[in-house]
Write a protein that binds this ligand. Structure first.
Ligand SMILES: Cc1cc2nc3c(=O)[nH]c(=O)nc-3n(C[C@H](O)[C@H](O)[C@H](O)COP(=O)(O)OP(=O)(O)OC[C@H]3O[C@@H](n4cnc5c(N)ncnc54)[C@H](O)[C@@H]3O)c2cc1C
Length: 416
């Protein structure tokens, strides 16, 4: 006999766990299937935006989250050249309580959210890989097939949500079509320890020199350092060995001192091939995609995690009515999933268009070893403090999160 639930979510990244939490809290029976056995992951988008922290606060979660998990608070985004530091965004006006990006490692954030959902009945199955979409005679998606511990299972549901990331299996199994917009850059990440006495960097910094853009992100105990490279040149970078990379670090961050010597092997680098992916649609009858599964955005702006969480917030609000109705009306579910795309898509499209422009120009300048300092409009923003605040408010608008539906706030009685 197949098992049954109301909503099955494939993928326990930020989009999946936040949606699972919200629906479970509203009293919807939700099962979250995560293919990996744990939430350990490095070098992911870890930067929770002020608007997302405000959203978590409305749910009573932001303060406990920030109290429980060591994090870095970044109240500015800074781009520095060898000559000058430019503050390109100043987040201090973007939220009353949380006027900063909080760099909270996903490896800590995800299990923390899951634990908050379990008392509401959120059913989380780890090591559970979705391999199949179940369909009825009319072609409607009515559940998933998955493997766990070598066994095959079938789980029927009124709605399947694919939040299984950039290489989404659910998307491959669906009728939805993805198109890759060419990106011209990749990033090679590594980590270096942080020491007392390091300069007070913002936590969200870009350090450029001709031919290189170094990303410097604050992590609890260290610095996440990213070398920007033209697409598909990671092999060449590895062949050249660590010395050219050490030289960049010595020039751009001389205060690292002997820590530069900790980079001994290019195997210490993790490649993030940057992708920007668009879908023709985000849903079909019985199925909705959110987060990277619906739209891979690039790390430019550091908002992949935030776009996934805002999708989850929008989806939860639209779905709570249809999924708590008895019986569930499939037409109402499909109308709600179409609404999620109608509301979210324009913002995602604008972000992706912006990223393509930035990456093309960066890719060209990297490939030709040209100056990578901020262009004139960005330098103007940095020169006028209120413009840096305006630029932060503008990026905050792209991440506007809807207030949680009252049925989510009321919450069901925790089952344990
Ligand atoms: C390797 C990597 C590095 C990244 N680095 C950065 C970065 O440096 N900066 C930045 O801003 N963004 C980065 N991102 C992007 C950022 O992490 C994502 O935008 C964000 O996590 C999106 O959240 P999501 O919930 O949509 O998907 P994801 O976080 O990708 O989560 C998807 C989840 O689905 C699970 N899954 C996959 N297939 C299945 C299946 N068949 N069945 C069940 N579960 C499945 C995966 O194990 C994963 O836990 C990175 C992404 C990746 C993949």
């Amino acid at each position: 006999m197949d098992e049954r639930t109301t909503c099955v979510i494939a993928g326990g990244g930020p989009g999946g766990v936040v949606l699972g939490y919200l629906l479970a809290r509203a009293g919807v029976a939700v099962t979250l299937l995560e293919s990996r056995g744990d939430f350990d992951r490095r070098f992911r988008g870890d930067s929770l935006a002020p608007a997302v922290l405000d959203h978590l606060d409305r749910l009573g979660l932001a303060e406990p989250l920030l109290a429980d998990i060591p994090h870095v608070k970044a109240s500015t985004f800074v781009w520095s050249t060898p000559e000058k530091r430019y503050v390109l965004a100043d987040y201090r006006d973007t939220s009353e309580k949380f006027p900063f990006y909080a760099l909270v490692p996903q490896a800590r954030f995800l299990p923390w959210m899951v634990e908050r959902g379990k008392p509401y009945g959120l059913d989380v199955r780890m090591g559970a890989r979705v391999t199949e979409l179940l369909r009825d005679d009319g072609g409607r998606v009515v559940g998933v097939g998955y493997t766990q511990g070598g066994a095959r299972h079938r789980l029927r549901a009124d709605l399947v949500v694919g939040s299984d990331g950039r290489n989404s299996k659910v998307r491959q199994l669906s009728s939805l079509t993805a198109t890759e917009l060419n990106s011209s850059i990749d990033i090679a990440w590594m980590e270096l320890p942080r020491r007392d006495g390091d300069p007070p960097l913002s936590g969200l910094e870009l350090m450029s020199e001709p031919g290189q853009n170094l990303a410097f992100l604050g992590q609890g105990g260290g610095w996440q350092v990213g070398f920007t490279i033209p697409s598909d040149t990671f092999g060449e970078l590895r062949k050249a060995g660590v010395e050219p990379l050490r030289a960049v670090l010595r020039r751009r961050a001389p205060w690292l001192g002997d820590r530069v010597d900790l980079l001994t092997d290019t195997n210490q680098l993790t490649l993030l091939p940057i992708r920007i992916t668009k879908l023709d649609r985000w849903s079909e009858p019985g199925l909705l995609l959110i987060g990277d599964a619906a739209h891979v955005i690039s790390p430019v702006g550091g908002n992949g995690i935030n776009f996934a969480i805002v999708d989850a917030a929008e989806a939860a609000n639209r779905l709570v009515g249809p999924l708590t109705a008895a019986p569930v009306d499939p037409a109402a579910v499909d109308a709600a999933t179409a609404e999620v795309e109608r509301v979210r898509r324009p913002r995602v499209d604008r972000e992706q268009a912006f990223q393509v422009r930035v990456e093309r120009s960066t890719g060209k300048r990297l490939a030709t070893g040209r100056d990578l300092s901020p262009a004139l409009p960005l330098r103007l923003i940095a020169a006028v403090p209120w413009l840096a605040r305006w630029s932060a408010r503008r990026s905050a608008r792209a991440l506007a999160v809807p207030a949680p539906d009252p049925r989510i706030l009321a919450g069901s009685t925790p089952v344990r």
